[in-house]
Ligand binder design. Structure first.
Ligand code: FAD
Ligand code: 2HG
Ligand code: ZN
Length: 482
């Protein structure tokens, strides 16, 4: 845990309060409590002050005072991150800076296919605003009703449409950032071409608030699809799923926007714990795929192409059963099954997460090897494999043995094996030239793992960047950088 040399003085806190005014700060424990608790309750932090600036100028002035007084700052968006990056440490000497009041869409330029939004805009609101302008903002993830674009960019979020549109990083043309000394890097340009030296915005995308605070961004928009098709498929096994992906991609003219693998264990948990859900297929199967295709053409050709590709896959024995959504409502119900896995897994006792990626062609081997290895390490453990396998990204989250009580000492004993189980899985990932964090980042949770798996030169460069941009180490210290 990071230590703080001194608590911020009452004088510096008063200076910060006067910058944001009475609506912009609180020390009320009840107001602060939800923002001090990490998504799954694994970390509960403390903070000297919760500050909610309303403008870039206010963020800049708060950070300037923090730099001058050596007060650490933790930026926070929707607090849905999974690595503890947005939670202050327990020592209580940090200022928690929420971007939630900076929630204006500053501009939409339909002809430039761009939208300029402040960091605190909730992702779903940006999707809606783009849709209202007959455009698509494609970033999409289960937490989209809560997470904020500033958090999405700071974690370089992935989600379910990376296959077609890329990670959050790929959706940014310009960025406005408050640097750790309080100066503002003004880069809100909506240019597709700009080779004027280093692409500085890339430093802050995925930096999890350790190099500066993102206050606004120019985001890429796309044509709004006219036809969407969703199918829920039972597949023979993960290897068949990967073969199927290649077939559907070529059979539909590369119209696949999402391709999600779901194990029966994961679906079973959803059906058990999430009200109003039901099995979309008549018989249970071990492995499923949720696939989504989109086209700019509304002539119905996409459905025909998808059906043809699925018929071929059925004949080849890759698919065991299939259902295509007949309405937007049915598609939504299928997506609800997928998006509820994280929530459902919480009801099954402790779970140890692995957000990993391997080459798409190695997904099936990874799942097989990792399942065998964790079952050997912890007899009875339940691998819950699912996720964005179209990107080679597997959420390999292992649940406590079903026979154990899901609270008290057995729960604590299972979670105490977190690092040990991580090591078993991450060693396999490393052997396959994969990543130990495909999309959730490093935060506080994986700093040790990063130190273990990244090369010394990569760590050294990260440390050099951190020291250069944040010499006083006030910007989310103790996170990401070993
Ligand atoms: P927070 O949790 O508030 O912060 C995350 C990190 O970014 C912290 O380090 C914080 O300090 C920093 N930060 C936040 N805002 C700023 C800012 N303006 N400037 C600088 N630093 C900042 N993630 C995926 O990638 N793909 C998924 O499919 C996905 N699905 C999810 C589903 C569920 C149900 C849940 C609960 C989470 C999911 N996540 C997923 C994880 C999470 O939603 C993403 O990481 C998201 O991008 C975090 O956004 P946030 O606004 O909640 O950020
Ligand atoms: C998802 O894809 C998220 O649903 C969360 O990235 C995965 O629960 C998880 O680990
Ligand atoms: Zn995910």
């Amino acid at each position: 845990m990071a230590t703080v040399l001194h608590q911020p003085s009452a004088v510096s806190l008063e200076r910060i309060k006067s910058v944001v005014g009475p609506k912009g700060w609180t020390t009320d424990p009840a107001d602060m409590a939800p923002l001090l608790l990490e998504e799954r309750g694994h970390y509960r932090g403390r903070a000297a002050l919760l500050v909610r600036p309303a403008s870039t100028a206010e963020v800049a002035e708060v950070v300037r005072i923090c730099a001058e007084t050596g007060t650490p700052v933790v930026p926070q968006g929707g607090n849905t991150g999974m690595m503890g990056g947005a939670t202050p440490f327990e020592h209580g000497g940090e200022v928690l800076l929420s971007l939630s009041r900076m929630n204006r869409i500053r501009a939409i330029d339909p002809l430039n296919y761009t939208m300029t939004a402040e960091a605190g805009c909730v992702l779903a609101n940006l999707q809606k605003a783009a849709d209202d302008a007959d455009r698509l903002f494609p970033l999409s993830l289960g937490a989209e009703g809560t997470c904020q674009i500033g958090g999405n960019l700071s974690t370089n979020a992935g989600g379910v449409q990376v296959l077609r549109y890329g990670m959050a990083r790929d959706l940014v043309l310009g960025l406005e950032v408050v640097l750790p000394d309080g100066r503002v890097l003004e880069g809100l340009r909506g240019l597709r071409k700009d080779n004027t030296g280093y692409d500085l915005k890339q430093l802050f995308l995925g930096a999890e608030g350790t190099l500066g605070i993102i206050t606004a961004a120019v985001l890429k928009l796309f044509p709004r699809p006219r036809e969407n098709e969703t199918a829920f498929l039972a597949v023979r096994d993960p290897a068949a799923a990967i073969e199927l992906l290649a077939r559907i991609r070529s059979g539909t003219g590369d119209a696949v926007t999402a391709f999600e693998l779901i194990s029966r264990t994961a679906l079973g948990m959803v059906l058990r714990h999430i009200p109003g859900t039901s099995d979309p297929l008549a018989e249970p199967h071990q492995w499923y795929v949720l696939v989504e295709c989109a086209s700019g053409d509304s002539g119905g050709g996409l459905r025909d192409a998808l059906e043809r590709a699925l018929a071929g896959a059925l004949e080849a024995g890759l698919i065991l059963d299939a259902t295509l959504a007949a309405s937007a409502q049915q598609s939504k119900a299928m997506w609800r099954l997928r998006d509820s896995i994280t929530e459902a897994q919480k009801h099954e006792g402790g779970s140890i997460k692995h957000d990993v990626s391997v080459p798409v062609s190695s997904v099936a081997t990874f799942i097989a090897e990792a399942s065998t290895a964790v079952e050997r390490a912890v007899p009875g453990i339940r691998p819950v494999a699912f996720g964005h396998v179209g990107d080679g990204n597997i959420h390999f989250n292992v649940s406590q043995p079903g026979s154990e009580p899901r609270e008290g000492a057995p729960l604590a004993a299972f979670l105490a094996r977190w690092e040990e189980v991580n090591r078993v899985v991450h060693d396999i990932v490393a052997r396959m030239n994969g990543s130990i964090s495909a999309e959730h980042g490093i935060g506080r949770r994986k700093v040790g793992e990063l130190a273990h798996y990244k090369s010394p030169i990569e760590i050294e460069l990260m440390q050099t960047l951190k020291r250069t941009l944040d010499p006083k180490n006030i910007m989310n210290p103790g996170k990401v950088v070993p």
